[in-house]
Ligand binder design. Structure first.
Ligand code: CUK
Ligand code: CUA
Ligand code: CA
Length: 644
């Protein structure tokens, strides 16, 4: 893919703001030679690799440093989606250090996710007790809001492969609920609402919106004609995690964003054509950004104006273009935006939604108040809600904000981040050609996808750091065979010019992430022992309890021993082993592994976990602690004797 890193050529100078030669990428161009460019294969390693940080002292000193002294803590939490690993990752910002991973959709043998009964219940099992799914593809992770800022309660993350939404608790940093969306394939964008559209008192997140990307027959059936397929936009209850309602739409959902006033949720569409092949999906010059009128949708559901699909009981309202022409009753507004847009993002001032063009070199700025005017019958044409459409560069994907009126958009094909001023872009679009909306450009390495700034999509956007998720790392790390890591780059955005601060490799492949101030969460480091109804609060309650062929083994851990030094079961028993860690000291976790039984899990201080297995092998099995906990950690064992 990449050219040999030995052949380093000078990078092309940044493209000027007005790019006459850069018009839309036509279908023909893309289908032919241009396809390689779309895949990012035309990039040459930049000659200035790493120079950004080195030249930090040149133009202006980097106000934000990445180097923390030993023992120093990061000032921000970064919450990254894990991609194919199906987890969420906690990365300290600005250091870029990966501090933790939260397994969600896929098994994780470290903590026993997908092994313990508690995690299996969250993940979902088949009738035989095995996991329903073991692969996932997480893209987007967003946290709950209060008063327009993160409140440290929850975050939500999507699984595109099996259409699941997982909730993360931000006190224990664990996944506590997973819901599978009915009749949805390719669940992609996810975004919590920021407040209720109607109830003044509910100034926090109570809904999470989920975009269905792939259109399918509803209900799914072997129907060949793609014009009969539709996709669903789903609303999930933030507390119960049940699906409240769905909206059937034309085209497809991609990314999702929400307004600060709680009134609208948005999704961009790249396939208004409802094509089944990529040529078809890019045949139109414009696609759309949809706006969902939350209050009206919920009123329609309440009034019984819905249907259900297949075996699902979730109310589905009609959001198709044909049924939503009259602004007075419309549930959904279809705003036209250029060719195959990618991200949609809400600016922290609450005024605008920005759609990046992807196959058009533009960003489109849509004014929230005008979309609302259209719903109120005060704006004649919905497309008049577009207040700017400006050229930025090739392959614009996602946008972040600094809270000072600037937007930062990734340019996938140009391998750049462009900093641009939203109000200047609006002036330029209105005819003031002297309005210089492009403020700065910086090369990134390489082909960036998501981008986010510290506190970006909150009212507390602080414009300090920008992280950029580069899809290709090429020559940036020691080669490790054919598979390359992704490159997450950190940029200082505190000054006028962006300054590249650091590269960090990540296992493929995170897409989206958020970065928030560390004092917004209050992590707990010791469990409340009552979190589990199974907790064994006293070592004296330990023992082997038999009910026919079902055996319960109750055990506690307290460094450096388990309460049962040995226990006996019989071949063929169904054994449920419950382990409570009675240690109360922070950081004193124990593991519990059973050799040849394929079992390992961790119990953190005051945590209880259980596993169920059939004792199908006779013999002696040294159950041992897998988590280094004490000078006598190796000696911390229990003997399971399985008798014939
Ligand atoms: S999509 Cu991955 S770079 Cu799934 Cu958010 Cu844009
Ligand atoms: Cu307990 Cu190691
Ligand atoms: Ca299209």
């Amino acid at each position: 893919m990449a050219e040999k890193s030995g052949k380093i050529e000078k990078p092309e100078p940044p493209a000027p703001a007005g790019m006459g030669r850069r018009r839309f990428l036509g279908t023909a161009a893309v289908a032919g030679a241009g396809l390689a460019a779309l895949a990012g294969c035309n990039e040459k390693p930049a000659a200035d690799a790493g120079k950004g940080a080195a030249s930090a002292g040149g133009t202006h000193a980097a106000a934000n440093a990445v180097h923390l002294k030993p023992g120093e803590l990061d000032s921000y939490y970064g919450l990254w989606s894990g991609g194919h690993t199906g987890d969420a990752r906690i990365i300290g910002i600005p250091s870029g250090r990966e501090i933790h991973r939260i397994p969600c959709f896929n098994p994780d043998p470290l903590i026993g996710w997908g092994i313990t009964n508690e995690s299996k219940k969250i993940m979902g099992t088949k009738p035989d007790g095995s996991l329903k799914y073991t692969v996932a593809d997480t893209h987007h992770v967003h946290a709950s809001y209060k008063d327009g800022n993160y409140d440290g309660r929850y975050a939500w993350i999507n699984d595109k492969i099996n259409s699941r939404i997982a909730r993360l608790r931000l006190d224990y940093f664990v996944c506590d609920k997973i819901t599978e969306l009915p009749n949805v394939q390719g669940f992609h964008g996810i975004f919590p609402d920021k407040r209720d559209p109607v109830d003044e008192k509910i100034n926090y997140t109570t809904r999470v919106f989920c975009g269905g990307e792939f259109s399918i027959p509803l209900p799914n059936a072997p129907i060949d004609d793609p014009s009969k397929y539709r996709s669903l936009f789903s609303c999930v209850d933030a507390e119960s995690m049940e699906v409240r309602w769905q909206v059937m739409i034309d085209g497809n959902c991609d990314l999702t964003a929400t307004s600060f006033d709680g009134k609208l949720a948005a999704t961009n569409q790249y396939n208004t054509e409802m094509g089944a092949r990529y040529e078809d999906m890019m045949s139109a010059e414009r696609d759309a950004c949809l706006f969902f009128n939350i209050a009206r949708i919920e009123a329609a559901v309440k009034a019984g104006k819905f249907r259900t699909i297949g075996t699902s009981k979730v109310p589905v309202v009609d959001g198709t273009a044909e049924a939503n022409k009259d602004p007075g009753t419309a549930l959904v507004a279809y705003v036209s935006v250029p060719k195959n847009p990618h991200g949609v993002n809400a600016s922290p001032d609450g005024k605008y939604f920005i759609c990046a063009g992807k196959l058009s070199p533009t960003a489109t700025v849509i004014e929230l108040s005008r979309v609302l005017e259209w719903f109120d019958g005060k704006l004649e044409k919905i497309d008049d809600s577009i207040v700017a459409e400006v050229e930025l560069g090739l392959g614009p994907l996602h946008t972040a904000f600094d809270g000072r009126g600037n937007a930062y958009t990734t340019l996938f094909l140009d391998s750049q981040v462009v900093k641009w001023n939203v109000e200047a872009a609006i002036k330029f679009t209105r005819g003031d050609k002297t309005a210089k909306y492009v403020v700065d450009r910086i090369d990134v390495h390489y082909q960036p996808g998501h981008i986010n700034a510290t506190q970006s999509e909150t009212t507390a956007a602080d414009g300090k750091y920008l992280a950029v998720g580069c899809k290709f790392s090429k020559d940036r790390y020691l080669p490790v065979g054919p598979m390359h890591p992704e490159n997450e780059q950190l940029i200082d955005i505190s000054g006028d010019k962006m300054i590249l601060l650091a590269d960090h490799p990540v296992r493929p492949e995170p897409h989206d992430f958020i970065i928030f101030k560390r004092d917004l969460v209050k992590p707990k480091q010791v469990y409340d022992i009552d979190h589990s109804p199974l907790a064994i609060k006293d070592a004296k309650e330990s023992g082997v309890f038999r009910q026919g062929r079902k055996v319960t083994v109750k055990m506690t851990s307290l460094a450096p021993s388990f309460s049962l030094r040995e226990f006996k079961v019989k071949k063929g028993d169904e054994v449920t082993l419950i382990l409570t860690n009675l240690d109360k000291i922070e950081d004193l976790s124990h593991g519990f592994a059973i050799p040849n039984y394929n079992i390992n899990f961790v119990v953190n201080p005051q945590e209880t976990a259980s596993v169920t297995f059939t004792a199908d092998k006779t013999g002696v099995f040294w159950c041992y602690c897998t988590h280094f906990c004490h000078a006598l950690h190796l000696e911390m064992r229990s003997r399971m004797i399985v008798e014939a």
